[in-house]
Design a protein around this ligand. Sequence first.
Ligand code: ADP
Length: 263
Amino acid sequence: RGGQAEKDIPFAKPGSLTRVYAVASGKGGVGKSSVTVNLAAALADSGLRVGVVDADIYGFSVPRMLGVEHRPTQVEDMILPPESHDVKVISIGMFVPGNQPVVWRGPMLHRALQQFLADVFWGDLDVLLLDLPPGTGDIAISVAQLVPGAEILVVTTPQQAAAEVAERAGAIALQTKQRVAGVIENMSWLELPDGARQEIFGSGGGRQVADSLTRSIGAPVELLGQIPLDVTLREGADSGTPVVLGAPDSPAAVALRGIAKAL
Ligand code: ADP
């Protein structure tokens, strides 16, 4: 820290007009990052000024999914975030040398998040999305400490086991007194050529998490939407053009746009 005073986090100031959403999941692989980048792209496409902090230390897949080609640049003591599809992005992956494994301890992650929020020149943002690591780790507490007004978005699959873990991730909000903005169910079904829906991962997980959080928090938590399994979503992630932009009429894109509108 070199004796330097920590900079203020603009999003934590009273009267900040930026809505901050921390995207959380109980488990990895449920589509948390895919949801984050698509919501970001959809919101930016609707004319909002949007930023994404990729704090998923295990995944950091956001830059690839958004097709970010540049690295952050430094101007004096501020970091300028690269931009893609009109979304400003900073990722923990941009600061990790090569493909080396990094052992992140809670305090390091807290410090990294603090820097991403305070030392990055975001400009005026309407929405900032934080892609958190899966689980109920220290980072959720850090978010609450650094940006108390951040709201939680919980991503789950329809599967019972996933939903139970997601409930725990969402229940952190009770401890930190944060608002849960809603639950998003991903991989809800696969639409077959005859129009029938095949529920590959079962059904009901999103509803279950929303109802359970409503009970435990004592305030209504809504299921904001269900996103089907969709090959165009995966292709969009691999090619760096989120499906909401690249294939806006696909089933996943329609669902994601609906969720972005509901935020
Ligand atoms: P997480 O951030 O929860 O670890 P990812 O967003 O990285 O999950 O998604 C895991 C994998 O599943 C990725 O390969 C992604 O492209 C794919 N995926 C996520 N959601 C869907 C979906 N609705 N349809 C098809 N593939 C999906």
